[in-house]
Design a protein around this ligand. Structure first.
Ligand code: DGL
Length: 289
């Protein structure tokens, strides 16, 4: 068993530009961010952690989510990651600030609901936001809405169960269609002409959401923006990988490696290297299983 070395909160080693970018989510949702990073930053090695032992994150409380996020971030840093992307709105809402306090010298990027671009393009001045309960409960959403949505009505839609459908790879069944109609139709009835996907699982259901919403509604997937931001941050810190070696990608899960393998194949179009992790008993430290 290989254990991720525990670091003191402020331990700092100079990041290596040839090191991987660490990306994590509660499950397969962050793969929607991974595929954009792979497209926009093709030279970058990546390590992706799916905490499928704890999925869904949406109904969990902040204290618990911070513990998971800190454990995953320690693991990724101990694995040589030069930057961390919290590819999960729920985890970002609960723990982004906490992670930046714990690891002040590390570039840690998180997901922020794409209210700003939505407010710029909406003509009806009504924007629908689809997210988990924990994302709406967090200060990050209130701050983002306060900063960028003045003069715009935000229709918040908690999408209970949708991340689980995506985890099961079920984005096309009639059960998912019924669920999506239940979430999308009230936003349309309220006049929304723009819908923000504020959970990284939901872009995998984007086609169905767009079909239900109709062609006049813009559905925003935030993944391209965060991938662009990562490229900028790596560039400004001289951390772009210029080694010229072919990018390698590892996908690790605290759940079932076979199901992650299938998701990586389906959503990312590659047969990546898959591995298994497990949490120590107090759920604070990640080790290889
Ligand atoms: N993918 C996650 C997000 O962006 C959360 C889904 C969940 O685990 O509840 O919010």
């Amino acid at each position: 068993m290989v254990s991720a070395a525990r670091m003191t909160p402020h331990a700092f080693t100079t990041p290596d530009a040839a090191g991987p970018v660490g990306i994590f989510d509660s499950g397969v949702g962050g793969l929607s961010v991974w595929r954009e990073i792979a497209r926009q930053c093709p030279a970058e090695h990546t390590i992706y952690v799916a905490d499928q032992a704890h999925v869904p994150y949406g109904p969990r409380d902040e204290v618990e989510l911070r513990r998971f996020c800190e454990g995953i971030t320690r693991f990724l840093l101990a694995s040589g990651c030069k930057a961390i992307v919290v590819a999960c709105n729920t985890a970002s809402a609960a723990a982004l600030k906490h992670l930046r306090e714990c690891f002040p010298h590390v570039a840690i990027l998180g997901m922020e609901p794409a209210v700003k671009p939505a407010a710029q393009i909406t003509r009806s001045r009504v924007v629908g936001v689809m997210a988990t309960p924990a994302t709406f409960a967090g200060k990050l959403f209130r701050a983002t809405a306060g900063r960028h949505a003045s003069g715009v009505t935000l229709v918040t839609q908690v999408c209970d169960g949708l991340a689980e459908q995506v985890e099961r790879g079920d984005t096309d069944s009639s059960a998912t269609e019924v669920m999506l109609r239940r979430f999308v139709e009230p936003m349309l009835a309220a006049g929304a002409d723009t819908i923000v996907l504020a959970c990284t699982h939901y872009p995998f259901a984007l086609d169905a959401i767009q079909r239900i919403a109709g062609p006049r509604v813009t559905v925003i997937d935030p993944a391209p923006a965060i991938a662009r931001h990562l490229g900028d941050v790596l560039g400004s810190r001289q951390l772009r990988n210029g080694s010229g070696s072919r990018a390698t990608h590892r996908f690790l899960t605290t759940g079932d490696p076979a199901s992650l393998r299938a998701a990586v194949h389906r959503w990312c179009g590659i047969d990546g290297e898959i591995g298994a992790l497990r949490w120590t008993e107090d759920d604070s430290e990640l080790v290889f299983a």
